[in-house]
Design a protein around this ligand. Structure first.
Ligand code: AMP
Ligand code: MG
Length: 423
């Protein structure tokens, strides 16, 4: 379990900048201890627990990169054509013998280079006639072949501890011949929603109820992370029930996520519940949408004093919950999972809209992207509400307006965070 000290998130300022929140997480949250072996076919999304050193070079042997003719470069005449007798043939998977000076070997992609041969002429560039091959001049020594170890040298660290294993990393690990890898434990994340107004999808809606969407969004977001997720349901707007539920869940989880109930309304009990069961830091993040977020640690029921399980109370409005998930919960999960720092993807786009904002906070506008020959064009979603779920389904990215910016004019360059690439 992540056992964080009570005051690990202590922060005195009034509004916390996103970068400060990220720095606090990076500095104060230790990765979960432990490692376990996992079969490579189950390793996607997990975090490497140790440096992965290459037990073999990659490629394992000197081989042809194309279909063609292997020969000694010294036999190629620098000016005119060269005619070499074809002395043999080697296919992928077959062993090659040596090459006799003044001859060529018919070779295919992935086949081992004959001893002594150092260059391959592509079949498209050569002419074969009467058991010989005619090679034009001008090819460089070593062309069209792949030396052993050119990709990864024997013993080299191919992937560092803390790397998340995506398709590329899994492929590299397989190419190195490893059937299993040592990975960090998954972060056990418990997800609650809070609010008397929330109904469970599938159940009757009832009067003055709205279906819980955040819990499903958050659980889906967590699927892309090295997390083991528990659905902990909906908490009523009741301070004691909330405090009890958090303390009970703290025992079996490394992180608790809630949404809703973190503002300063009378029915907002998450902060008090964290306070009752551990230590609260109320983070007023300098971000819109998403300003209120509660952070803290909760001591497990029956656990010792002073340490506990981290809790992040995300805001209730669905768009605010997503924005704060990306900036607080995602880095927290990655950090607990021992993953190296992974910033969110961002690129430049041209705004096609005008917008004014306050200085001192970062704003995320929902935009759709049109790709052409030039920079992508960011079109703002026409409505602003942080509760509009379709503003996310109908958009591709957040335009990220930095703290210092106060206005955007059409044609301005803006930074966009393509949330679909993260979701
Ligand atoms: P709160 O911060 O609890 O006042 O919530 C702010 C808004 O978000 C209210 O309109 C809530 O009904 C809504 N909300 C809170 N939690 C959820 C949820 N899990 N799913 C959908 N909407 C929610
Ligand atoms: Mg509420």
């Amino acid at each position: 379990m992540a056992q964080l000290s009570d005051d690990c998130f202590a922060f005195g300022g009034p509004l916390l900048a996103v970068e400060q929140a990220l720095a606090l997480i990076a500095e104060r949250v230790p990765p979960l201890p432990g490692a376990e072996p996992v079969a490579l076919r189950d390793a996607a999304g997990r975090v490497l627990a140790e440096d992965l050193r290459a037990p073999i070079p990659l490629p394992p042997f000197f081989n042809a990169a194309v279909d063609g003719y292997a020969f000694r470069h010294a036999d190629l005449s620098p000016a005119g054509e060269t005619r070499l007798a074809i002395a043999g043939r080697v296919q992928a998977g077959a062993a090659a013998s040596g090459i006799t000076p003044g001859t060529a070997i018919r070779i295919f992609t992935g086949a081992p280079m004959p001893d002594g041969a150092d260059t391959v002429m592509m079949q498209e560039d050569a002419k074969e006639e009467a058991g010989a091959v005619i090679l034009p001049p001008g090819l460089k020594r070593g062309a069209n072949c792949r030396p052993s170890g050119e990709d990864v040298a024997l013993g080299e660290v191919a992937l560092e501890e803390g790397r998340r294993l995506g398709p590329a990393e899994i492929g590299l690990t397989a190419a190195l011949g490893l059937a299993s890898v040592g990975v960090r434990p998954r972060v056990r994340v418990g997800v609650f929603s809070t609010g008397d107004e929330l109904a469970e999808p599938g159940a009757a809606l009832g009067v003055a109820r709205t279906y819980d969407s955040n819990r499903f969004t958050l659980m889906a977001l967590l699927r892309g992370l090295p997390a083991a997720v528990t659905d902990l349901g909906i908490l009523p707007d009741d301070p004691n029930a909330t405090a009890r539920a958090l303390r009970e869940a703290a025992a079996a989880h490394d992180l608790l996520l809630t949404s809703g109930g973190v503002s300063t309304g009378e029915a907002d009990h998450v902060k008090a519940a964290i306070e009752a069961g551990g230590k609260l830091v109320f983070w007023r993040l300098a971000v819109k949408p998403g300003r209120p977020a509660a952070m803290g640690v909760v001591r497990p029921a029956g656990g010792g004093e002073g340490f506990g399980t981290p809790v992040i109370g995300l805001p209730g409005n669905p768009v605010a919950a997503v924005v704060t998930f990306l900036h607080l919960a995602r880095p927290m999960v990655l950090r607990l999972a021992g993953a190296g720092e992974e910033t969110l993807p961002r690129f430049a786009a041209t705004a096609d809209f005008a917008y004014r904002k306050k200085a001192g906070r970062r704003e995320y506008l929902r935009v759709s992207l049109a790709f052409g020959d030039d920079l992508p064009v960011a079109r703002k979603y026409p409505r602003e509400g942080a509760g509009l779920l379709t503003s996310l389904t109908e958009s591709d990215a957040f335009a990220e307006l930095p703290e210092a910016v106060t206005q955007v004019a059409p044609g301005d360059r803006v930074r966009v965070l393509p949330f679909r690439a993260v979701f």
